[in-house]
Design a protein around this ligand. Structure first.
Ligand code: 13P
Ligand code: SF4
Length: 338
């Protein structure tokens, strides 16, 4: 379909032309056509709308997506996730175009850890190994010794020599959970995820009473009071794998509701009960992830924007920390940083 199917509206007060897609357009067909034309790969996180997951070449958690980005041979990476994920793909691929359907798709953890404040805070902890959760900006990654995701945080912390003190940022809940798993003390930046902090112990206890046969599975960004009740704690991929392989027939799922799409596919026989957030809605949706829509995926591929750009000195410093994470996950030894 040619660009004549897109209705261009008059300029707005801000001078931007709103990009409106003809509702008659078959977006899946168009996206597949553009993918070939651009030699693009579409990477999507499990928290994306199901129609986005369905057009993606790879759907995964933050670690899987970084590993895919590191090895892709495509010229263009269409990143259906949030800003820090697309930035990580760009850190690994400076010569490729990395497109993010909506540039405002941020993350509460990344937003609440501004690099200037973080740099000042780190001065309080000289000699510490700085481990940052991947949910942070490229500038914060550049201030870190090594990056981790919820898949490998325990492994990364264990890879730091025992005599090295550790600073962990920006998720205090993940940090606390990793401290419990590893027995290592760490200084924690006080960040949190606005989606996972909404699950309350009180509501989970009520749900468990309503579904006594269901297992509770939770993402480590949840509060300790929720994690302490869980039958399994892990990254989105790990939660999916647990559902896939568990003999149980019902699961209470304490993470963003996008994961229910692959879980339903993996276990059509199982009852999946989304844990309710305390905000009054019935399921937890990440307001940042949900800014991406299939229309915006099409538009970013059609127009080649928005694109991710990172200043080169920041990118090279951030790359060092990201590469260390990938190396540790591939079995290489980390000596704790500089
Ligand atoms: P995963 O790496 O477990 O997919 O988590 C990403 C994320 O943003 C969780 O909120
Ligand atoms: Fe960030 Fe939370 Fe959304 Fe994940 S779910 S992207 S941590 S705000």
């Amino acid at each position: 379909m040619s660009s004549t199917s897109v209705l261009e509206l008059p300029l707005t007060a801000s001078g931007m032309t709103p990009r409106v897609v003809d509702p008659a357009l078959d977006l899946e067909v168009e996206i597949r056509r553009l993918k070939k034309q651009l030699n693009a790969v579409i990477l999507a996180h499990y928290y994306q709308e199901s129609d986005i997951q369905d057009v993606a070449d790879f759907v995964g958690d933050s670690l899987g997506l970084s590993q895919e980005a590191a090895k892709t041979r495509a010229d263009v990476i269409v990143f259906c996730g949030v800003h820090f994920m697309a930035e990580t793909a760009k850190i690994l691929n400076p010569d490729k175009r990395v497109l993010l359907p909506d540039l405002d798709a941020g993350c509460s953890l990344a937003d609440r850890c501004p690099p200037e404040t973080f740099a000042q805070w780190l001065k309080l902890y000289p000699g510490h190994t700085v481990i940052s959760y991947i949910n942070c900006s490229a500038a914060v990654k550049a201030l870190s010794d090594v990056i981790c995701t919820s898949s490998n945080a325990v492994e990364i912390v264990r890879s730091v020599p025992k005599d090295r003190p550790i600073v962990f940022a920006p998720d205090r809940h993940l940090g606390r959970w990793v401290m419990k798993q590893t027995g290592r003390d760490m200084v924690l930046w006080p960040g949190f995820c606005v989606v996972h902090e909404q699950f309350s112990q009180r509501r989970i206890v009520r749900l468990r009473a309503e579904h006594p046969d269901a297992l509770l599975i939770a993402h480590p960004e949840c509060e300790e009071s929720v994690l302490s009740l869980a039958d399994h704690v892990g990254s989105t991929s790990s939660l999916l794998q647990f559902v896939r392989t568990s003999p149980a027939k019902a699961f209470i799922v304490a993470t963003e509701a996008g994961i229910l799409h692959p879980m339903r596919r993996a276990r059509p026989d199982a009852k999946l009960i989304p844990a309710e957030p305390s905000s009054g809605c019935n399921c937890a949706l990440c307001p940042y992830m949900r800014l991406n829509t299939l229309e915006k995926v099409y538009l970013c591929m059609r127009d080649g924007r928005p694109q991710i750009e990172i200043p080169e000195p920041t990118r090279t410093k951030a790359l060092r920390a990201v590469q260390r994470m990938l190396d540790v996950s591939a079995g290489k030894v980390f000596t704790g940083g500089d």
